[in-house]
Design a protein around this ligand. Structure first.
Ligand code: AMP
Length: 249
């Protein structure tokens, strides 16, 4: 059984991004980039399924600039078997990414497609859902547990106020949530070994996919600065302020 895992190169989660002076976008020049944290969880899950003997091959896919190769090498170091890089310098919307992933899936025929629940740069939370729709495959988003059988997969999903357990017929699309697992620390020998694993380049044009932009970003703004808080001496003062200043009680 084959797993396809989508990994996106994004601004590292520790970086505080700044808005460009002309408000056209955020400024990501010279900032640290890493694999999207939810994608790391997706790769880890695929590797654990392989270690448990449930799947035999893991293919990692990334779409984006040349440097996505680094992200794919990280996936290979974590345990993916081979990688596919669709290189483009154009910023793609989730629909375009979903169409490209579908094109790869049509060729690779994976039984399980693992994605992150959302990319922490655009926070779209759309690609997995769109991919499932394009493939006409069942989907389980926000997965916190994955139990893979021969032709079915049981997924526990994180939903408001609890959990939902769904059974999907394979092939299926799953998006990883935070509690699914804790990704392993990649050791140096694995990083070295990953350099020898196959990384295939696919030209975007060869996939014959319409990647036209449909959403126009008008402006990107910093969030409003929050007002400093005040310290109150006692509960009586707190109640007085809530009543007379904030007028919330
Ligand atoms: P999004 O819908 O943009 O929040 O992204 C959800 C998930 O789709 C990510 O966690 C990735 O698994 C996958 N994804 C989105 N964009 C890309 C990309 N450029 N390359 C590879 N995977 C991607």
């Amino acid at each position: 059984m084959k797993a396809l895992v989508a990994v996106k190169r994004v601004v590292d989660y520790n970086v505080k991004v700044r808005v460009k002076a002309d408000s056209s976008d955020v400024d990501i020049g010279n900032v640290k980039m890493s694999m999207n944290p939810f994608d790391e969880i997706a790769v880890e899950e695929a590797v654990r399924l392989k270690e448990a003997g449930k799947i035999s091959e893991i293919v990692a896919v990334s779409i984006g600039e040349k440097k996505c190769e680094d992200t794919l090498r990280t996936a290979l170091a974590m345990g993916a078997d081979r990688a596919i890089h669709i290189e483009t310098d154009t910023k793609l919307e989730p629909l375009a990414v979903a169409k490209l992933l579908k094109a790869v899936a049509d060729k690779e025929n994976p039984q399980i497609l693992l994605l992150g629940k959302q990319a922490i740069d655009d926070d779209a939370n759309q690609t997995a859902q769109m991919l499932a729709a394009l493939l006409n495959a069942p989907q389980a988003t926000f997965a916190s547990k994955v139990e893979l059988g021969n032709d079915k997969v049981v997924v526990t999903r994180e939903i408001d106020g609890g959990e939902e357990v769904v059974v999907l017929t394979l092939p299926a699309v799953i998006s990883a949530d935070l509690r699914l697992n804790e990704p392993r620390f990649v050791k140096l020998p694995n990083i070295m070994a990953a350099k020898k694993k196959p990384l295939e380049k696919v030209a975007l044009a060869d996939l014959n996919v319409d990647t036209a932009t449909r959403v126009n970003v008008m402006k990107v703004l910093e969030p409003k600065a929050r007002q400093a808080g005040v310290k109150v001496a006692n509960v009586a003062e707190l109640v007085e302020k809530l009543k007379n200043e904030a007028k919330v009680i």
